[in-house]
Design a protein around this ligand. Sequence first.
Ligand code: SAH
Length: 502
Amino acid sequence: MAYKKNDYLTVTIEDMGSGGEGIGKVEGFTLFVKDAVIGDTAQVKLVKVKKNYAYARLEKVLTPSPYRVEPVCSTYRQCGGCQLQVLSYERQLVFKQQKVRNDLIHIGGFAPELVDQVMEPIIGMDNPLRYRNKAQYPVGTDREGNPVAGFYAGRTHSIIPNINCCLGAEENEEILRIILDYMREYKVPAYDETTGQGLIRHVLIRKGFCSGELMVCLVINHSQGKGIPSQKSAQKEFLPGQQDLLDRLTKLPGMTSISVSVNTERTNVIMGEEIHILWGQPTISDTIHVRDMQKEGYPLTGRELTFHISPLSFYQVNPVQTEKLYSLVLEYAGLTGRETVWDLYCGIGTISLFLAGQAGKVYGVEIIPQAIEDARENARENGIANAEFWVGKAEEVLPEFYEKLSGGEMSGADMLHPDVIVVDPPRKGCDEACLDTMLKMQPERIVYVSCDPATLARDLKVLCEGGYEIGRVRPTDMFGNSVHVETVCLLSNRKSDMKVRL
Ligand code: SAH
């Protein structure tokens, strides 16, 4: 039977795809249904029909799945952010565990028996709401000409107004209300992507969950002050009625840093490279505690570090789960106090500095210069002297060191053959040049922290073909209600295993 666009069908959802879409079959014809949940029987409307499959829209749930729950947020269907909000949290964890397992098998080419042997159960969240310490709200103008902030409707750039995302901090709403009121009163135009006109593009808000400190950074389409050192910019007017806005924002408890980021480029990149502090500190601080991952409830071990975070630096968005993630990384790294460790994609040096407490020497590499400035400052402030940091791409810095060290231009046998390499790349995973050099360096162990199981599986295949084997894999839920999943993987060098046995 030939199906066509706008046909209505009844389907039972039997599986879920990696983007969280429901998958079901009608007479051998596969349907992908956004917002449908495994176990639902639903009426759907075909929106795009191919030869053997079609994309469909959920019209009506006829028999709800036992895993279906009420959405917390009224705009969840239009928003691209929470793909799994109507799936019960327990079932979200099952989905994520299976996603990692499937990718290891189908993309990594690992045997299912091996995967089941090495995989440990996902570390779930106690509360999958209000966990994000960072929000980036786009600002626009509604049909009546009022400034609005919210989120982009899935796969578009039209803004759905919502200043109280239920994943973010409670304070976001009040901060955004102040900014929108101010924009209305002073007639400050929001940026318009189609014309490139208007001033305010985005609002970045960060909160230190332990410190209670708040950071607000307005991304503006304004070249005034470009090139002027940020120390002097306090006197500069970047915004009409700037002092009034500052007076209102600084009344909020915890407000610590207010800045603007200048972005005059017509791109999708949110932040501009230039930051000007308008009020307060250039950074906020937050504390991360190490937990004992072997004990129930993951109790605190007493070890903790405090970090400074600037607007342009990466910092894990879920601080509660970050403690578990980092504690797992430390456990997998298996340090005794003497080892040399490379920490690639180190951000502001969070993992590096925890490793440094248990290692001989740690070398961190990160592409964002401000993050490395933060990392060095964080090392100093925490009294850590055995960590060094370099700005650059991991796939360039590591090979350069390797060439110099192996060619005798530089001395440092420990750097050439470290005991452990930790990598924590962005979603696209590690570059081949980085993986190749890691293989040449032959560390005893590699700890791979990944925010995309597909690229993790791809990279693990390369590392395992190059002489490593997977010892342990544990997904961690850092992004409740979304389809994203973080994974930590321990690899060991088969060759050094031989050495030990001989
Ligand atoms: N380990 C850190 C950061 C992880 S996020 C933490 O837990 O906080 C990934 C980091 O990789 C980001 O800071 C990003 O700026 C950086 N990055 C992206 N591409 C890179 C590259 N090619 N080489 C080095 N760092 C890179």
